[in-house]
Design a protein around this ligand. Structure first.
Ligand code: SAM
Length: 199
């Protein structure tokens, strides 16, 4: 993946907007993109955004690469390893948006510590988000929805942008459905939490 794969060193990632072939003014990150439908749809709809997208599942990476090629997208770059390693390499306050959509749910109690939303990782994410940046989290597993919300709201700089009591039950207007979402494997209707990072 020579032109699409992000370099694995912090020096190259110091000026991430320059890593895209397209001229972009915003930097977005999608973590665990699966087959990449959401990545390619957002990239097409937002040519001004450079999207860094991370996935470890090789078939998903191949599918996303094929879509990027078919759609002639020059504002996407892929990271084919653990997203947490990429986040560690990023400079402070560089991201405008983050998407964590239907992450592996690990529904069994004894496996829940494997979930990607953990206090330490969230703190590291807030380091690389700009003040005012948005983070969208979606899940269809009740225990993950509850646990993640508790972790997000414990972070002092994170504000939950819930406008009404239950608007988090409705997909945001700029959401593109993901392959995992369509499988309805969870125990609740999907929830979409939208957060903003404050100063
Ligand atoms: C349940 S799937 C959902 C995929 C996609 N977001 C969707 O909604 O269709 C979660 C994905 O996250 C990926 N994943 C899990 N841990 C990851 C990590 N640390 N870094 C990057 N990707 C990860 C998995 O390989 C898997 O494809």
């Amino acid at each position: 993946m020579p032109r699409l794969r992000l370099p694995g060193d912090s020096a190259a990632l110091e000026t991430p907007l320059e890593l895209f072939d397209a001229r972009v003014s915003q930097l977005w990150l999608e973590i665990g993109f699966g087959g990449g439908e959401h990545v390619s749809s957002q990239a097409k709809a937002n040519p001004d955004a450079g999207i860094m997208a991370s996935e470890v599942f090789i078939e998903g990476i191949a599918k996303c690469l094929s879509d990027i090629d078919d759609m002639k997208l020059s504002n996407v770059r892929l990271w084919d390893e653990d997203a947490r390693e990429l986040v560690d390499l990023l400079p402070d306050a560089c991201l405008d948006r983050v998407f964590i959509l239907f992450p592996d749910p690990w529904p069994k109690k004894r496996h829940q510590k494997r979930r990607i939303i953990q206090p330490d990782f969230l703190r590291e994410l807030t380091r690389v988000m700009k003040p005012g940046a948005r983070l969208r989290f979606a899940t269809d597993v009740r225990s993950y929805a509850d646990e993640a919300l508790t972790i997000f709201l414990a972070e002092p700089r994170i504000e939950w942008l819930a406008r009404t009591a239950d608007d988090w039950r409705t997909p945001p207007s700029d959401h593109f459905r993901t392959r995992y979402e369509t499988k309805n494997l969870g125990d609740i209707e999907p929830v979409f939490y939208e957060f903003q990072l404050n100063d």
